[in-house]
Write a protein that binds this ligand. Structure first.
Ligand code: ATP
Length: 315
């Protein structure tokens, strides 16, 4: 596989006029074949970033390189390598499913390729709907057709902007499997989603954007390891009024106001949870229940957006 980045953004800035800067000096390199999740709250600039690459938004300044080709030098051909699954359903309701895909092939300068259309429809389980009018599809089918439309011209870089919004659990799982398959075949995927579980399932790397600024880019696994936390929640058999034993307190454990629950956040490098349990027993504090909770991408994202110090230094 080539090592040329699938996408490079250098100092990408978008000003929608007035004071609103939707993107400020965004620098980002997307590796070929990776699944990259771009996360951030509503209005963070995700759709603007995608639109700038796909030609729907005119950037104010900065460079965009698609597989090494500068879009300022050639705004058209490099974009043939790009596919976009937009947030909003955008097909003409009077064409059939297959026709809308032939139109898409033409739009990308390709000849009508019936075999390719059937291949994509079959992959998305829409083969029986090829002759149906698009307006006669269910919501979930329309979403699958959006994906088919984005893929029919075999792009090497695909943007999925909220691909599973409003999609049921089963279809979401099917789509995840399909995205994984595409990536395994070498397609580069940039995904935006408000379902953090989706990013956690799929992404190799995660970027966090807020108010037009890219705050952090990191391997998902490393991020979860670095900022993720295992929380041990211990219920004591009897509530206590005395403070917790010193060793337990020093390790970072806290006692609830009712004296019944001990909470211990176990981070990388801190004492193992077993040591805390042992210390409680040793000090004559019997335990009736133990629960562990792992923080997920969602907790980490919230911490970063709130500017939590441990997270802020992470870029
Ligand atoms: N055409 C436009 N004209 C003016 N402002 C716009 C336009 N499109 C987007 N914006 C503004 O730019 C900012 C970024 O919007 P954008 O749609 O990129 O965010 P987003 O991260 O995709 O949000 P969401 O998660 O809600 O889809 C927002 O403040 C938005 O109001």
């Amino acid at each position: 596989m080539s090592s040329t980045p699938a996408l490079e953004l250098r100092g990408l800035t978008k000003n929608y006029g007035g004071k609103l800067t939707a993107l400020t000096d965004v620098n980002l390199t997307i590796r070929p074949g990776e699944i990259f999740a771009l996360l951030g709250p509503n209005g963070a600039g995700k759709t603007t970033l995608i639109g700038s690459v796909c030609g729907l938004v005119k950037k104010t300044s900065g460079k965009i390189l698609v597989f090494g080709h500068d879009l300022d030098e050639d705004p058209v051909r490099p974009r043939y390598e790009v596919g976009l699954v937009p947030q909003e359903i955008n097909f003409d309701p009077f064409f059939s499913v297959a026709e809308s895909l032939y139109i898409q092939q033409g739009y990308y300068g390709q000849k009508r390729d019936e075999a390719r259309v059937m291949e994509v429809l079959t992959a998305l389980n829409l083969q029986n709907k090829a002759d149906s009018l698009t307006r006669a599809l269910s919501g979930g089918m329309k979403r699958r057709l959006l994906i088919a439309k984005a893929l029919v011209h075999k792009p090497r870089l695909v943007f999925l902007d909220e691909p599973t919004a409003g999609v049921d659990v089963e279809l979401r799982r099917d789509l995840w499997n399909y995205v994984r398959k595409l990536a395994a075949e070498g397609t580069t995927i940039v995904l935006t989603t408000h379902y953090l579980e989706e990013a956690e399932e799929l992404a190799d790397r995660v970027g966090i954007i807020n108010e037009g600024k890219l705050l952090l880019v990191e391997e998902k696994k490393a991020l979860l390891r670095r900022l993720g936390e295992k929380r041990l929640i211990v219920t004591l058999t009897e509530p206590i009024t005395a403070p917790l034993p010193e060793s337990v307190r020093k390790a970072g454990a806290t006692l609830s106001a009712d004296g019944r629950t001990v909470t211990y956040p176990e981070r990388e490098g801190s004492a193992p949870a077993g040591d805390i349990l042992r210390a409680l027993y040793t000090h004559g504090l019997p335990v009736s229940d133990v629960e562990t909770r792992h923080s997920r991408l969602e907790d980490i994202l919230i911490d970063i957006l709130r500017g939590k110090p441990a997270a802020a230094g992470a870029a």
